[in-house]
Structures are given as structure tokens and as C-alpha cells.
Design a protein around this ligand. Structure first.
Ligand SMILES: [Zn+2]
Length: 216
């Protein structure tokens, strides 16, 4: 399955320029392992960046059409990634670097709610820990909003948010003002990498979710 929800252009540009914080770089790296489309786009950007470095500074602001055409011709068509091995959810390599194991079932999950587990990576963004979440099929996270941007990258299973479906490899980026309800797919659990930005450090985002349940 090739992802349909990709890295936003500004994130691709920042990745190419090496100007992302570590948590964002991790999200980008994991998506890139699962997405041939973004890999090809990044290869184009990297090539343009290289070409711009060689160009005179005065001319560095505009990429000639002829160069774009050449780059388009140079990048091979994306090849679909190998299908996920059946039965087991294996994590992409950039995540294994942080977690030590590839098998999702061997991670030290902590139960936060009935049907919802999480664990913190040894990494944070502005003080908010980067998390892995595992949510049982059919779970519904009621209407809620965020203090800052939230990036959710699906690694297994899927969910629907605002009429859009997200599955393995798909990236959901929600701004701070977005109020949404998340419906997880029935069946297998949904495993995701979640990066929130915010200056406050909540005890856990799922604890907040619990309060939404109570208000619901
Ligand atoms: Zn992509």
C-alpha cells in the first residue's frame, strides 16, 4: 500500500535543507521509509539544492525550467514498498533506533485507557514527549482539540478523521485550532507515532483524552 497522505511541502523542504528538529526529522524519516512518492520528491529537492549551491548566489532564487525537466527525467518512477509481513507489525528502521526492537508486540506498552496503550520515546519536542500509541480497533476518540500542532504517522491499522482515512504510512498533520473526532478502523489495533508540539508537558495526552470522555 502506498501512502496517500504525504509530508507537507514545507516539511519536505525543511528535511532537504536539514532544518528540522529531531522529532520532526524522525516523523519524516519514518514516512520516507514507507513512501516512494516522497522519496522521489526529496531526491528532486536534494538535487535542486545541490544545483543551487553550485549556482551564483544572485541566480540562486530561481530554478530554470530546463533544470526541473532534467531532474524530472533523472528520477526513476517510485517503486511500491514491500508489503508488510502478515501477522506481525514491524517498525521502520528509524524507529528501531530509538526503541531497540522492531516487533510492535515486544514494546513496553503502558495501558492508559481500556483499549489504548502508549509509550514514550527518549525524545521530546519542546518538552512534550514523542509517543507511540496502540489503539484497539473500533475505538472512538471523542471531539477534542490540541494546544499545538499534532503529527500522527500510522504504522499499522488505520483511522478516519474528518472524512479522511489514514492507513500505514499516512501522515496526519493537525493544527492547534482543529477540533476533531477520530474513529479507529474495526479489526486490528492502530499503531502510530505521535508528535505534539507544546510548551506545557501534560502528564499524558491520553489522560487528557480521558477527561474528554468524562465530559462527553
Ligand atoms: Zn509521502
Amino acid at each position: 500500500v502506498i501512502p496517500v497522505h504525504h509530508l507537507p511541502p514545507e516539511l519536505l523542504l525543511a528535511t532537504s535543507a536539514g532544518r528540522t528538529d529531531e522529532a520532526t526529522a524522525l516523523v519524516a524519516a519514518v514516512h520516507l521509509t514507507l513512501c516512494p512518492t516522497c522519496r522521489a520528491d526529496l531526491a528532486r529537492l536534494d538535487a535542486v539544492g545541490g544545483a543551487l549551491l553550485e549556482a551564483a548566489p544572485a541566480e540562486a532564487t530561481k530554478v530554470p525550467d530546463a533544470l526541473w525537466a532534467k531532474l524530472d527525467a533523472a528520477v526513476p518512477e517510485p517503486t511500491p514498498p514491500a508489503p508488510a509481513p502478515s501477522g506481525k507489525v514491524l517498525l521502520p528502521r528509524p524507529l528501531v533506533r530509538y526503541l531497540g526492537v522492531a516487533d510492535v508486540d515486544r514494546l513496553p506498552w503502558k495501558r492508559i485507557l481500556p483499549g489504548a496503550d502508549e509509550l514514550h520515546l527518549p525524545l521530546d519536542r519542546n518538552g512534550t514527549p514523542v509517543r507511540m500509541t496502540r489503539t484497539r480497533g473500533g475505538f472512538v476518540l471523542p471531539r477534542h482539540t490540541h494546544e499545538g500542532t499534532e503529527m500522527t504517522l500510522v504504522l499499522a491499522g488505520g483511522f478516519t478523521d474528518g472524512g479522511e482515512h489514514f492507513a500505514r504510512g499516512d501522515l496526519s498533520v493537525c493544527g492547534p485550532s482543529v477540533t476533531h473526532t477520530i474513529h479507529f478502523d474495526p479489526g486490528d489495533p492502530c499503531v502510530a507515532l505521535v508528535v505534539n508540539e507544546g510548551h506545557l508537558v501534560p502528564k499524558s495526552a491520553w489522560a487528557k483524552a480521558l477527561s474528554w470522555f468524562v465530559d462527553f
